[in-house]
Ligand binder design. Structure first.
Ligand code: SR1
Ligand code: MG
Length: 410
């Protein structure tokens, strides 16, 4: 008999017992210390350290509701999905995800590599640090994990088994509501609009029927296009980084959906980093250097993804019709279209919706935040409405620059 034979939500002292009993990781004489280190919206994350030997591990446990609010009742099976996906991603994109040491079905928790020598990318970006290798790393991760799990590469019956295995209805519902629906008219009354922008949002977002129609089309793309095994929440808070290395974490929203959901999230969250730098760095030379790096990174992310995707297609395609001349570029064009659409959605939802981003909410100067939000929302609308026109990184950057010009610094 063990206290871990039945599920319960662990406290740090329980996690120490758990590590001793269930993990073959620490020596018998280890002096274990544990703290809860999570600040995300959904789960509980513990770090266990052996004060004597220095080894450490992270244990992540899923609760029956989301940490941000009990209104979100969620299956704890999401921890299985997360653990299995990290193991799969490690095979498809070696070195770009943390190692999983154990998944425990009863306790709905997993033990994984401690990445305490890394920082959460959003935090580092808000300190205006730059990461010259990021574009290369994230595009390898996306091209490999996204293309290799499609019908282009996988045997179709095997792919359908994967669709079944990673059906993820509750986490998808969060995305359907928070990303695709609520930002456009506060349908559930849980939007969180910055008061000085409220009238502007009513006039420019909530009253925009053309925008709502396109968001509706994108929502049905998300609901029905089982294209690829996507990460499903690929923002800069789901990335641990240091100059020489990038690790993608938190794939609990993974399911078979449109791959543009991942690529679009990266583009949008780089734009938030840009908006934070533009609004908060007072020295013009420093601002130009930081924002210039983010701009270059947006362009590289799109262009390197396109290049790596086409190269991986040539090397890995198995579907006979995917060899038809021109099919690869047509397919990639649909991914770029979805990338633009999703970038626009993510920009809306993180400014107007329930789950916001600190890049924007911590801008201290009211006028600077109002301007940053309008630049992001203006570009976002353009991405959504004109999404078929986006192919290159320069296309994405041009729209951002156009809206910077529309809202000049006062
Ligand atoms: C109720 S969860 C809110 C958000 O946090 C996660 O990280 C996802 O982005 C989700 O939309
Ligand atoms: Mg997360």
């Amino acid at each position: 008999m063990s206290k871990f034979d039945t599920y319960f939500l662990m406290k740090p002292a329980d996690v120490i017992d758990y590590a001793r009993e269930k993990l073959d990781f620490f020596p018998a004489d280890a002096e274990l210390e544990c703290s809860e280190i999570g600040d995300g919206n959904i789960n509980f994350i513990f770090r266990v350290v052996d004060k004597r030997g220095g080894k450490s591990v992270v244990i992540k446990q899923a609760g029956p509701t989301a940490r941000i609010s009990d209104a979100f009742v969620l299956s704890t099976d999401r921890n299985r999905i997360e653990s299995e996906i990290l193991i799969l991603e490690h095979k498809l994109a070696p070195g770009l995800v943390p190692l999983i040491y154990k998944y425990d079905e009863i306790m709905s928790c997993c033990a994984m590599e401690d990445l305490s020598d890394y920082v959460i990318m959003r935090k580092a970006l808000m300190e205006h640090q730059t990461f010259p290798l990021f574009a290369d790393h994230i595009t390898t991760f996306m091209a490999n994990t996204l293309l290799m799990t499609t019908d282009v590469v996988m045997e179709h019956k095997h792919k359908k088994d994967m669709v079944k295995r990673y059906i993820n209805p509750e986490l998808c519902e969060i995305t359907e509501d928070l990303v695709y629906t609520e930002p456009f008219n506060d349908y559930n009354g849980r939007n969180n609009v910055f008061p000085p922008n409220l009238e502007w949002v009513k006039a420019n977002v909530y009253s925009d029927a053309a925008l709502r129609l396109e968001a509706a089309k994108l929502k049905f793309e998300f609901l029905t296009n089982g294209q690829s095994l996507i990460h499903g929440d690929l923002h800069t808070g789901s990335i641990f980084i240091k100059p020489e290395s990038t690790k993608i974490i938190d794939p609990e929203f993974a399911f078979y959906g449109p791959m543009g959901y991942d690529t679009g999230n990266i583009v949008a969250n780089l734009i938030f980093a840009w908006a934070n730098g533009d609004a908060t760095i007072s020295d013009p030379a420093e601002r130009t250097a930081y924002c210039g790096w983010v701009e270059e990174t947006i362009v590289k992310v799109v262009d390197m993804f396109n290049e790596k995707f086409l190269a991986a297609w040539q090397a890995n395609v198995t579907e006979i019709f995917a060899r038809e001349p021109g099919f690869d570029r047509w397919y990639l064009g649909t991914v770029m279209r979805d990338t633009a659409g999703v970038a626009g959605l993510e920009l809306h939802r993180r400014i107007l919706g329930l789950a916001q981003v600190k890049d924007i909410t911590t801008i201290p100067d009211e006028a600077a935040r109002v301007r940053a939000e309008r630049i992001c929302l203006g570009a976002a609308r353009h991405y959504i409405l004109n999404r078929t026109e986006y192919q290159t990184g320069a296309d994405f950057l041009k729209t951002l620059k156009d809206f910077v010009a529309k809202y000049p610094r006062s």
